[in-house]
Write a protein that binds this ligand. Structure first.
Ligand SMILES: Cc1cc2nc3c(=O)[nH]c(=O)nc-3n(C[C@H](O)[C@H](O)[C@H](O)COP(=O)(O)O)c2cc1C
Length: 187
């Protein structure tokens, strides 16, 4: 890690990772342009690089780049319509039944899978892409519509699908802390 001689907050804001985190926004419309395989590969690597409790690494990623399948998912339920028109989607899945049965089961697979989701969304932005988190877990109508399309084995659950592509518009970045929700040394 490089040692820092910090001058001001403004300098720190220019750091690439900080800019990516603050600039990431949900995008639901995409340019009609394919994602290069090299970029897809790196996004997948970032998903698998996510931390997990006890290093159990329970996540499986389902890469969806078949236009016909993307269209089917997009048409399966209203909430998934942004998948139609997206060139890429990655479902973050966990064999939840097996996880509860076999692992030291401290119930953190949702957090583990969420880390993979965020890693991929941030990696996507870093590579000039953008996307959105499509929630599937605890959304029964979507689960029932989408899970069968991915031929998931029994017991495997989708946490969410990262819907990705080249954004058709830029949204403003975030800045500042939410003073009403910031509590120092206790609530
Ligand atoms: C756990 C979680 C679930 C989400 N589920 C959906 C979803 O199902 N569909 C959707 O369009 N956006 C979904 N989003 C994206 C949020 O709507 C979005 O992050 C929020 O409106 C803030 O916008 P921003 O991402 O541009 O900052 C989800 C985000 C999170 C963190």
């Amino acid at each position: 890690m490089e040692s820092e001689n910090v001058k001001s907050g403004a300098d720190l804001r220019l750091k690439e990772t900080i800019r990516i985190i603050m600039g990431r926004r949900s995008v639901r419309k995409f340019e009609p342009r394919q994602v290069e395989p090299e970029k897809t590969r790196i996004i997948l690597e970032c998903g698998f690089a996510a931390p997990s409790a006890k290093n159990i690494r329970p996540c499986h990623l389902v890469l969806i780049d078949d236009p016909a399948l993307l269209k089917k998912i997009g048409e399966s339920t209203t909430e998934a319509r942004m998948v139609t028109g997206a060139p890429l989607a990655i479902a973050v899945c966990v064999d939840a039944a097996r996880y509860e049965r076999e692992s030291s089961a401290d119930g953190t697979w949702i957090e583990d899978a969420s880390c993979a989701m965020m890693n991929m969304l941030l990696a996507a932005r870093t590579l000039g892409l953008e996307g959105v988190w499509l929630q599937i877990l605890n959304r029964p109508a979507r689960d029932v519509a989408i899970s069968p399309l991915l031929s998931l084995p029994e017991g495997v659950k989708i946490l969410a699908i990262s819907v990705l592509g080249y954004p058709d518009a830029e949204k403003p970045p975030y800045s500042g802390v939410d003073e009403e929700r910031l509590h120092t040394n206790g609530w």
